[in-house]
Design a protein around this ligand. Structure first.
Ligand code: HEM
Length: 420
């Protein structure tokens, strides 16, 4: 029988910093109560949905399960603080793609959709390879050991996103600080100063000021970059509002950073903990694309998104009422034993591998091709340059309920150049 303690664990950021505990809890949920009514003190109740096929059923029906108004796990107190601060009577502080539904969502998504298509992204290939090289050069320069998270995994995807948004290098540090405040403010080590909703609101203000200035520049003088596409966007012939423009920059810069950063570090850890898989990949680099998919399934950095039912609906025998919200737990779906044989085994040549770490349906991750390219460029460079590589201490994970991942990954290595 599932208990209140289990419910409380679902909202506890520390549980997401302990992958063993997470997978134990969600294996129990998938087995005993896959669509689980969850009541936690201080939170509006919701259904925790832990199985792959149930999440697909929800995501496919964007008219019956919508993104507005509840998107992620926030306490009632935090929702009310946002409502008070928004000046718009809303518990959601932004107008981003992920908060939109139906025709409005389609129109806003189409602004950048073609930019994120593989044909357009191909022009970034050389730049990504150069960036990957630069970061592995840095590893080489610090001779033999580093914290892969702090030295590589955090900065490389950040620089990629900032490059496509046209943000200069000297601003990377502040961008990183604001992203951390927005997504990891529950972790005392990650958020300097302010915590929780105050940290998030302050970071949003900073992002908005910064991107307000950037979009003004790109309106006056458009360039061939994503920032100019967003700054000059029109929906039904009308320019989108400043608020929507800045929210758009914000979703690209935040959605594209921590997710890819966590996948790089989590992927390296998985390879180090599975030396036979690492050896297989080094012997056969053609396995890189399938290894990247397995890394993304394995890490599943986005822990959940919510949907709200627009009508009564029966899901796996449970009566969902119009207005109920449902938490779709992606990492759990990606370990669903009904879909993935040996789900707890890391196999770089897993086929098929239809993981849903990028979501599914109308909101399917817009940046998935870019994320794959980034990870491919980094692992290609890293694995071709290191001679030996191993863990040099205990890894540690971020305490955060929405995007999780490693915050420390000490490694020791020799590179081919050093060995020569
Ligand atoms: C491994 C890396 C990544 C993972 C695991 C990931 C995961 C996700 C997930 C789970 C969603 C929600 C999908 C749904 O509701 O069905 C999403 C949406 C989104 N992602 Fe990613 N993402 C990654 C990288 C990126 C990158 C690199 C970018 C852009 C630079 C990006 C931009 C977006 C955007 C804009 C959305 C909102 C799409 C919409 O609502 O229409 N993501 N991502």
């Amino acid at each position: 029988m599932l208990t209140k303690t289990l419910d409380a664990a679902i909202a506890d950021p520390s549980m997401y910093a302990d992958p063993g505990a997470y997978h134990e809890l969600f294996a129990q949920l998938r087995k005993e109560d896959p669509v689980h009514w969850t009541e936690i003190e201080g939170f509006r109740p919701f259904w925790t949905v832990s199985k792959y096929n149930d999440i697909l059923e929800i995501e496919k029906q964007g008219d019956k399960f919508i993104n507005w108004p509840r998107l992620s796990l926030n306490s009632i107190a935090d929702e009310e603080r946002v409502r008070a601060g928004s000046g718009r009577g809303s518990t959601v502080s932004l107008r981003m793609l992920v908060n939109m539904d139906g025709a409005e969502h389609r129109a806003h998504r189409s602004i950048t959709q073609s930019w994120f298509m593989p044909t357009n992204l191909r022009k970034l290939e050389a730049e990504l390879a150069d960036l990957a090289k630069e970061f592995v050069d840095r590893m080489e320069a610090v001779s033999g050991s580093c914290d892969f998270v702090k030295d590589v995994a955090v900065w490389y995807p950040l620089r990629v996103i900032m490059t496509i948004l046209g943000v200069p290098r000297e601003d990377d540090h502040r961008m990183l600080a604001w992203t951390k405040a927005l997504l990891s403010s529950e972790d005392e080590e990650m958020a300097a100063g302010l915590r929780g909703v105050e940290a998030r609101q302050a970071a949003i203000q900073e992002f908005f000021r910064y991107f307000g200035a950037l979009s003004a520049k790109r309106r006056a003088e458009p360039k061939d970059d994503l920032a100019s596409v967003i700054a000059n966007a029109k929906v039904e012939g009308q320019a989108i509002s400043d608020f929507e423009t800045q929210s758009y920059y914000l979703i690209i810069s935040t959605a594209g950073h921590d997710t890819t950063s966590s996948s790089s570090a989590g992927g390296l850890l998985a390879l180090l903990q599975n030396p036979a898989e690492l050896a297989k990949l080094r012997a056969n680099p053609d396995l890189l694309p399938s290894a990247i998919e397995e890394i993304i399934r394995w890490v599943s950095p986005v822990t959940h998104f919510f949907r709200t039912a627009t009508e009564d609906y029966v899901l796996r025998g449970k009566q969902i009422k119009a207005g109920d919200s449902l938490m779709m737990c992606y990492p759990s779906a990606n370990r669903d034993e009904e879909i993935f044989p040996d789900p707890y085994t890391f196999k770089i040549d897993r086929t098929p591998n239809r993981h849903i770490a990028f979501g599914y349906g109308p909101h399917l991750c817009l940046g998935l091709n870019l994320a794959r390219m980034e990870l491919k460029a980094l692992f290609k460079e890293l694995l071709s340059r290191v001679d030996t590589i191993e863990l040099a201490g205990d890894p540690a994970w971020i305490k955060a309920t929405i995007v999780t991942g490693l915050k420390r990954l000490p490694i020791r290595y020799t590179t081919r150049k050093q060995a020569a």
